[in-house]
Design a protein around this ligand. Structure first.
Ligand SMILES: [Zn+2]
Length: 696
């Protein structure tokens, strides 16, 4: 592992924070160096601290400790992520016999220098009790690869030498802090402390030495493991056929969904990850022996659960067989989880609220890693941890035999009282975990629909045939919603393009819950002058496009088995057609009818199909409506109006004398998509009230 310390950079960091003692700049600098090394820490893992002397508000000098706050990543550390605490008060706690986690956190909070700081790390007392000025702690892959072995002590001494201390696994918090300081005091020349099944601490009185030691000890472990791998290589990789993801991913996503105690129907975001190294791992014959053990370090259990689920679709030809395999595997997994929970609560004589028993990591032969997260971010974090875990467990097999941490400790971490206290406090957004497809993504109405779906918590795939317009809309929305909104080039009038597009969504998100056929084009001509080719083109997009999308998503809904919503952006013209607008009105009426047929046919799958009849939506502020780009100029000419005048004309035309916006259509879509009423086959007008277009 590369040592990235650069004295000039370190000086710059000291200068960057003049309101703090120099220790702060150095602490931020080397925390970031550690944080950028994925083999050391992942997603908020690890922690660091520095001690310094500072004047308080009365001008009195006092000893303080800055230690990583919860919710912060070492890689983007700032002083705000290193809350300061009064060191002397914390050190006095060592005299106590015991200290509950709740009281410990209370002691942290009453000793903060800034009352608005985040909670300091749960490992703060380890940092406080140790006398060294700089302490670095990571869950380095190479270190845990060695600690999670039956003969770990022997291996660690072989690999790292004599100036190390080794402790068995002890729960983070007060007991660990006492054990650490006791051991360090008994061994004054110690440079590094290894915690079995957990990680490594290095320390020194200056930032550079503490960091140097971290890199040097981890490098020693890496070299030692590399030698073992060379001496005992695993059999070479084999290739396996990839199962049909279009079928198995929605099935898997459906099987993982459940109803929470508050009645919320939880769907997961799935994330698929694959590369040569991952494929090599999941295709191994002895996959369960190699990767079936528990987590590398207990921190991970919150993200990944303790065990992965294995799926192997070899020789399973029919969808029924695939579904049976998934259901059986998940049922085995959940019953093992229930047993673990019941045993631990009984053994420990504690009451806890059981978390969902479902796996977060699924290893699929021929495909790779599939992870499940309540948010997209959670699913990706889970996959990052899983990738490192597979690598470490593969290496473990060359070193010796992987030995997982006893589940009684895993339980303490997974069901830690402070985490339990947070349960049920945050209510989910109505569409959290849901995946949506909005076609006609380059237009104004799609912006309103997508924005409202995203605000309600859904992930949105926006499709359009016009890549340029799509990019403009996507860019605007992604500034606010990041990777929760994704562009997809697709031609709704081309069945092959639609099937390919749906396949891409499934591979990226695992399934689909909300479908909004919204793509439409307009053509202005009297029937006498209506060119046949133009008429067919309008039918292709507005009618056939809706049919193709609905047809393509039915198997997804069927495989998922969790219902769904189709909301067709229909038109006021269906009930109140206009002259010179034959192609548009007829095609929209056809699509409307397809929607009603779909409502009839898909009710048995729990899929609801509803229509929104909107009228006179011109733009969304940034993006114009494709429809009004076509019909606007003609209507302005015939009524002798400018663009503002035309908007005003339509406002005055409706009963409520109101301007209809794309966001209003979005609200209608969210209403249907969030299953607030048992409604299907219905039409919701969003037009300010037009009597001629009242549904009947
Ligand atoms: Zn730790």
């Amino acid at each position: 592992m590369k040592n990235r310390y650069d004295s000039k950079e370190a000086e710059k960091f000291i200068a960057r924070y003049p309101d703090f003692p120099p220790e702060m700049g150095l602490r931020v600098y080397t925390s970031r160096l550690i944080g950028q090394e994925e083999d050391l820490v992942l997603h908020g893992g690890g922690n660091t601290s520095a001690k310094a002397t500072m004047a308080n508000i009365l001008g009195e000098e006092e000893r303080v400790i800055f230690v990583k706050g919860s919710g912060w990543d070492l890689g983007d550390m700032e002083p705000a992520g290193l809350p300061g605490l009064k060191l002397e008060s914390l050190c006095k706690l060592r005299a106590l016999e015991s200290l509950s986690d709740e009281e410990m956190v209370n002691q942290f909070r009453i000793n903060l220098l800034d009352a608005s700081s985040p909670n300091p790390s749960i490992e703060t007392l380890v940092h406080a009790f140790l006398p060294h000025s700089f302490i670095d702690h990571t869950h380095a892959d190479a270190i845990v690869t060695l600690t999670n072995q039956a003969n770990a002590e022997e291996l660690l001494k072989d690999a790292l030498g004599d100036k190390i201390g080794i402790l068995p696994f002890i729960m983070p918090g007060f007991p660990l802090a006492k054990a650490v300081i006791d051991l360090v005091e008994s061994q004054p020349d110690m440079e590094c402390l290894i915690l079995r099944n957990h990680g490594i601490f290095t320390f020194a009185d200056d930032a550079k030495t503490a960091y140097d030691r971290m890199i040097s000890y981890v490098s020693k472990a890496e070299d030692f493991i590399a030698e073992k791998i060379e001496a005992n290589p695993l059999p070479s990789c084999i290739s396996e056929e990839c199962p049909d993801t279009d079928t198995i991913l929605p099935m898997l996503r459906g099987a993982l969904s459940y109803t929470e105690t508050n009645g919320f129907k939880r769907c997961f975001h799935l994330h698929v990850r694959s590369n040569n190294e991952i494929l090599c791992a999941v295709n191994r014959l002895e996959i369960k022996d190699l990767y079936g053990g528990g987590v590398l370090t207990p921190d991970h259990v919150i993200r990944t659960k303790n065990y992965p689920l294995f799926l192997d679709f070899t020789d399973l030809g029919s969808p029924e067989e695939m579904k049976a395999h998934i259901d059986e595997a998940i049922s085995e997994y959940t019953s093992a989880y229930h047993s673990y929970f019941n045993k631990q609560t009984k053994d420990k004589k504690v009451e806890r609220t059981q978390l969902d028993p479902l796996p977060r990591v699924i290893l699929v032969k021929g495909l790779g890693i599939v992870t499940a997260g309540k948010s997209l971010k959670e699913a990706k974090i889970c996959a990052d941890i899983c990738e490192h875990t597979l690598r470490a467990k593969t290496a473990s097999a060359s070193v010796g035999k992987y030995e997982e941490l006893d589940s009684c400790f895993i339980f303490d971490m997974e069901y830690w009282s402070l985490e339990q206290a947070k349960l049920g406090k945050k209510s989910p957004l109505p569409l959290e975990g849901k995946i949506a497809l909005v076609t006609g993504g380059g237009g104004a109405i799609a912006v309103g629909i997508s924005r409202k779906l995203l605000e309600a918590g859904a992930r949105v795939f926006l499709s359009d045939i016009d890549e340029e317009r799509l990019q403009i809309v996507h860019k605007g929305l992604s500034e606010q919603f990041g990777s929760m909104v994704r562009p997809l080039t697709m031609d709704v009038a081309d069945p092959q393009s639609v099937v390919l597009g749906c396949g891409k969504i499934i591979l990226e998100a695992g399934g689909l819950d909300i479908v909004v056929p919204n793509a439409g084009i307009a053509h202005v001509a009297n029937l006498e002058d209506l060119d046949s080719a133009a008429f067919h083109k309008v039918l292709d997009v507005n009618l056939c496009g809706v049919f193709e999308i609905i047809k393509a998503v039915i198997p997804v809904f069927r495989n998922q088995g969790t219902g769904g919503n189709i909301i067709i952006n229909s038109s006021k013209n269906v009930f109140a057609p206009g002259a010179s607008f034959g192609a548009y009105s007829a095609s929209k009426a056809g699509a409307h009818q397809i929607g009603k047929i779909a409502a009839l046919e898909l009710a048995e799958l729990g899929v609801k199909v509803n229509m929104i009849n909107a009228d006179a939506i011109f733009d969304d502020g940034q993006v114009s409506s494709g429809l009004w780009d076509v019909v606007g100029p003609d209507r302005m000419r015939s009524r002798n109006l400018d663009p503002q005048g035309l908007k005003e004309y339509y406002r005055q035309r409706n009963l409520l004398k109101t301007e209809v916006l794309a966001d209003h259509v979005g609200n209608g879509v969210v209403f249907f998509a969030s299953d607030q009423t048992p409604t299907t086959g219905a039409t919701l007008p969003i037009d300010g009230g037009i009597m001629a277009a009242f549904p009947r």
